[in-house]
Design a protein around this ligand. Structure first.
Ligand code: HAM
Length: 432
């Protein structure tokens, strides 16, 4: 029988046993971001619907089909954030962050919401970690952002990642290229899906984003005249120079990359650099993260003309991919305090003092010593501190090591030293 209440479709609970891996991944990420001198920004989980409609693009799937849009009790038109960049740019404008430094390096993490069809690796609430460099058009910013992107994956234990790269130029490039693509696809129009046919009119580049097998077949171009036009061939001179410098920078840093002429990204705000990383083992939803430059976005949102570049990584997918790769997490050394009838009363204050230093478990229900010892075993604790009646009166505690069953009685004054001695060898072995 299924329970009356279940987590809403497309959402899930992260339970103890999983959350440790999430915490580990988040800690690794935070360390890398700090070493890159990025500073955290936290923006609301909902914003004006209009902000997302403008930034992601009216014709994007995110806005057309996937928005959690709602009215609050005063009738405001709001939406749960589908991504982080729009909110960061809105905050940058609202707080005039440009005045605090020409170039801002920012990062954020948190849940995002998209009303897609749930499947492996696709959720309606999912987590992202993202970073943005706002305030410079320099190719060095693109290179740094991609290096940071790759270094995060490396800190999580991924090896041999290849970054897929493309340049989407300027809005003018995309208009010219979109027209070339539309003309090229025209003879095959009838074989395209309904969605793609509509996109051919409104935003032909979006056709390249299709997942429809029939569309993908058409896009191989076997039955069309000449090879598929490429966006890189439509770049203006400055965008081309920018592209060449970004690629040269990646080479200099030995960052593996490949050109993907079909990479257009799902959001409309991109200019010039666009990139993604995929993990083929994940199946259809294989993008672990992606990003690019958005030189027109801040102006589009009503701010001063200000360039930016950034990325987001999907943590759900990344952690799914990590489950096979990451080393098992070492258990926390934990103490279990066991009491007898005569010492039950003192346990709370004794445990509270110990908890200033160690992770400590103890029995809340006044169960028998036997039951407590079983619970200690199950808890994964390394040491049991047994408060025996007689020993407690003498100022002594029995220390039982669950790893080898050995036992010693120690004076309360020497307790910390004795605990540390027993916990230490395990730690130093791990470090070797
Ligand atoms: P995005 O490519 O839309 O980019 O999303 C980034 C990552 O979020 C994806 O590669 C994927 O791992 C994850 N993701 C997206 N949708 C879902 C979903 N429904 N379930 C699970 N994971 C998902 C952005 O969001 C841009 N804001 C990136 C950016 C930052 N560009 C410039 N700055």
């Amino acid at each position: 029988m299924s329970p009356k209440h279940q987590a809403p479709r497309g959402t899930r609970d992260l339970l103890p046993g999983e959350t440790e891996r999430w915490q580990w991944a988040e800690r690794q990420a935070r360390e890398v971001l700090e070493r890159y001198a990025y500073r955290e920004i936290r923006t609301p989980m909902f914003e004006d619907f209009e902000l997302f409609a403008r930034s992601s693009g009216e014709s994007s799937d995110v806005v057309q089909k996937e928005m959690y849009r709602f009215q609050d009790l005063k009738g405001r038109d709001l939406a749960l954030r589908p991504e982080g960049t729009a909110g960061v740019c809105r905050a940058w404008i609202e707080h005039n962050l440009g005045a605090q430094g020409r170039v801002q390096r920012l990062w954020y993490a948190g849940p995002m919401f998209r009303y897609g069809r749930p499947q492996k690796g696709r959720f309606r609430q999912f987590w992202q970690i993202g970073a943005e460099v706002i305030g410079t058009p320099a190719p060095a910013a693109d290179i740094e952002i991609i290096a940071l992107f790759v270094d995060l994956f490396e800190a999580w234990g991924f090896e041999n990642l290849t970054v897929m790269m493309n340049s989407v130029g300027t809005p003018e490039t995309r208009r010219v290229y979109g027209e070339r693509l539309r003309q090229w696809l025209e003879p095959a129009r009838e074989r395209l899906s309904v969605d793609s046919r509509a996109r051919l009119e409104t935003n032909p580049l979006r056709v390249l984003d299709t997942k429809d097998p029939q569309d993908l077949e058409v896009l191989t171009g076997k039955e069309l005249s000449g090879p598929r036009p490429r966006m890189l061939d439509a770049l203006d001179r400055e965008s081309r120079e920018h592209w060449d410098r970004v690629l040269a920078g990646l080479d200099a840093l030995h960052i593996e990359h490949e050109i993907d002429h079909g990479l257009v990204r799902g959001l409309d705000y991109y200019t010039r650099t666009a990139f993604e990383v995929h993990d083929r083992q994940l199946g259809a939803q294989s993008a672990l993260g992606g990003g690019g430059r958005y030189d027109g976005l801040i102006e589009l949102l009503g701010g001063p003309s200000t360039p930016g570049v950034g990325f987001s990584i999907g943590l759900d997918r990344t952690i799914m991919a990590l489950e096979d790769r990451a080393p098992a997490l070492p258990p926390t050394p934990m103490l279990y305090v066991a009491t007898t009838d005569g010492t039950r009363e003192v346990a709370p204050s004794f445990v509270r003092a110990l908890r200033t230093v160690y992770a400590v478990d103890f029995d809340l229900e006044g169960r028998t010593l036997n039951a407590q010892m079983k619970a200690a075993d199950k808890s994964g604790a390394r040491l049991v501190l047994l408060l025996g009646d007689e020993e407690w009166k003498r100022g002594e505690i029995i220390l039982k090591d669950l790893s080898d069953g050995s036992q010693q009685t120690v004076e309360a004054d020497a307790l910390v030293e004795a605990i540390d001695q027993r916990l230490e060898p395990a730690t130093s072995e791990e470090e070797e």
